[in-house]
Design a protein around this ligand. Structure first.
Ligand SMILES: N[C@@H](Cc1ccccc1)C(=O)O
Length: 508
């Protein structure tokens, strides 16, 4: 019997007794997996080979599991932290163990409950004592995480059940199923092999030489299998969030808005003081802002002196005849401190001030879609940097209805019709509203933005006479509502889910 080369190779590599995975044959023959699968199907059609499929289960680490395989389990970190504080001698305050352990946010609770469960020591009314005999290296959960980080193809059925259960419940491991295609020689196949199978010379392509020599009449052409699996080719494409941002721009431009741009690093004067944020406001000294070390301050000559005077007066005494300021000190040096902007409202301030200087008449509408930076704890809905959809409208006699109407119109463009408003407080707006939208998958209300009508204490120093309503909306949250994405870290950051990004069709 004469067969194409790949088919002969597959027949030779297959066995009549043990089903052989297609991948293994590809490895042994040096052929592509797709080519082997194609050949196998052709041999199946000729009755020489049987192709079967089975589901293979493999135990793998989740992202969190990978993190703990690398850093150690949180309860181990707690144990080490407590031990370094002397908790093997006598109980120490929990805080003194958690700090050195480097635990943050929900990891603290995870550490505490597992520490107790594994009897690694005692936790009692805010203190911790450790059992010095406990050996993290012999903790079976740790051993399994380590093994999974080193070994592929671990069969869940052959792994200690309790341990797998415990780690599955903690969301650190999961069972991944895949389809394995296997081939076995049929009786006919065995007979054919015994009688002898030869490689038929086949030609894959017609060449000018074949045509001119007339040889084409005698050769056998390779058959194409148009049903064979082909390798998936992922072309480049714009990032889903970028597409979303472009779409938001289109919508806002369609609503009559112009785009504004400005510095990522700015003086607190523009980020906070011009927004009537008191200098002793906790957020201004708090660890959640990224301050610049070098240079630490904006040069004095870069702040307009008149504006500085007017902002200082508003802070001290308020505006208008009955104004109430903060009656607390205001320090220009403090206002010159440089930081990564925690919101893009510094851009609104700069544009309002610039426009007022040129005596521009209302109505005016501006927006930006730019990064803002906050030292938040990373989780499914928070990143250290995010895109804020900043916007404002300057007009005579604006009311809350105008604000709500604008949001309703805007979100409708993305199919989001169920928006809720919650009264809020911002030093620079009155009234102020937080916006919430319902997540299509989890049905939970998530915060999507913050808004309000700028106060006279903010507008007067900038020289703006009309009303201004304004907002900051999170692009990522809009993305989550519009696409159903549940974890923002799948979309951007360092742990993105490439499959999600490749396959997500961003259609709004
Ligand atoms: N700066 C606000 C958003 C906002 C902008 C303008 C007016 C009101 C609110 C924030 O980051 O949350």
């Amino acid at each position: 019997m004469k067969l194409p080369e790949t088919q002969v190779a597959v027949l030779e590599a297959a066995s009549a007794d043990d089903p052989t995975p297609v991948e293994q044959i590809a490895e042994e023959t040096g052929e592509q997996v797709q080519a082997v699968a194609g050949a196998a199907f052709e041999l199946e059609e000729k009755g020489l080979l049987a192709v079967t499929e089975r589901i293979d289960a493999e135990l793998v680490l989740t992202q969190e599991g990978e993190q703990y395989a690398f850093e150690g389990l949180p309860e181990h970190s707690l144990w080490v932290g407590a031990l370094s504080g002397g908790a093997d001698e006598e109980p120490i305050e929990l805080g003194k163990a958690i700090g050195p352990a480097g635990l943050q946010g929900e990891q603290v609770d995870i550490a505490l409950s597992n520490f107790a469960r594994k009897g690694m020591g005692d936790i009692d009314s805010g203190t911790v004592a450790v059992d010095p005999e406990f050996d993290p290296d012999s903790d079976p959960e740790h051993a399994l995480l380590e093994r999974l980080s080193e070994e592929e193809g671990v069969d869940p059925a052959e792994t200690d059940d309790d341990r797998v259960d415990a780690l599955e419940r903690r969301g650190l491991v999961e069972v991944e199923e895949s389809t394995v295609r296997e081939v076995t020689l049929t009786d006919e196949g065995v007979t054919a092999m015994m009688e002898g199978v030869e490689v038929a010379e086949t030609v894959g392509q017609v060449t000018p030489e074949l045509l001119t020599s007339g040889e084409w009449e005698d050769v056998e052409f390779a058959e194409y299998n148009v049903q064979a699996d082909a390798e998936t080719v992922h072309g480049g494409k714009p990032h889903a969030l970028r597409e979303m941002s472009e779409r938001v721009k289109d919508v806002l431009v369609g609503m009559g808005f112009e785009e504004m741009q400005g510095p990522h690093v700015d003086a607190d004067f523009y980020i906070n003081d011009c927004l009537f944020m008191p200098q002793d406001h906790p957020a201004r000294n708090h660890w959640d802002r990224f301050a610049l070390e070098e240079p630490a301050q904006m040069d004095r000559e870069n702040l307009p002196p008149d504006l500085v005077d007017r902002v200082e007066a508003a802070h001290r005494d308020g505006v208008g005849p009955d104004g109430e300021g903060y009656h607390s000190p205001w320090d220009e040096d403090f206002a010159r401190a440089l930081a990564l902007r925690g919101h893009t409202t510094n851009l609104s301030v700069r544009h309002l001030a610039g426009l007022a200087e040129g005596d521009i008449d209302p109505p005016q509408r501006y927006f930006s879609i730019e990064k803002a930076y906050r030292n938040d704890t990373l989780d499914a809905t928070h990143l250290l940097e995010f895109f804020q959809i900043e916007g404002w409208v300057m007009a005579e006699d604006l009311s809350v209805r105008d604000l709500m109407g604008t949001f309703t119109e805007f979100y409708e463009q993305f199919g989001i019709t169920d928006i809720q408003f919650k009264p809020h407080y911002n030093p620079y707006t009155e009234p102020s509203f937080e916006l919430f939208g319902r997540h299509p998958e989890t049905d939970e209300l998530i915060e999507i933005g913050n808004s309000g009508i700028f106060r006279p204490e903010m507008l007067e120093p900038l020289g703006v006479e009309a009303d201004v309503m304004a907002w900051g909306l999170a692009l990522e949250r809009l993305f989550m509502l519009a696409t159903g994405a549940e974890d923002i870290r799948d979309v951007h950051g360092t742990l993105v889910d490439l499959d999600f990004l490749r396959n997500e069709e961003v259609v709004y």
